[in-house]
Design a protein around this ligand. Structure first.
Ligand code: SF4
Length: 79
């Protein structure tokens, strides 16, 4: 389970975020390449764009489900 208090500062504001549990495994970037990106020096992924379509929403949800360390959070808000 991801925690809002531990979200990475690189995440764009909004519903989804990645926290410090990320191990840079690449799965979220593969499942939702429009929304997740790798940190500039590697080591973690972050939410680069919040989902803007049902397809992107589904991909982000899938990434959250599949993340091996449960580092992706969804605070349920749209702002
Ligand atoms: S799937 Fe989870 S652990 Fe893997 S890069 Fe994405 S946020 Fe990090």
């Amino acid at each position: 389970m991801a925690f809002r208090d531990e979200k990475l500062s690189e995440n764009v504001p909004g519903r989804y975020y990645v926290d410090v549990l990320c191990i840079d495994c690449d799965l979220c970037r593969t499942l939702a390449p429009s929304n997740f990106d790798r940190g500039p020096e590697g080591g973690f992924s972050y939410v680069a764009k919040q989902p803007e379509s049902p397809e992107e929403e589904a991909s982000c949800g899938k990434a959250m489900e599949e993340c091996p360390t449960k580092a992706i959070g969804d605070d349920g808000s749209s702002s």
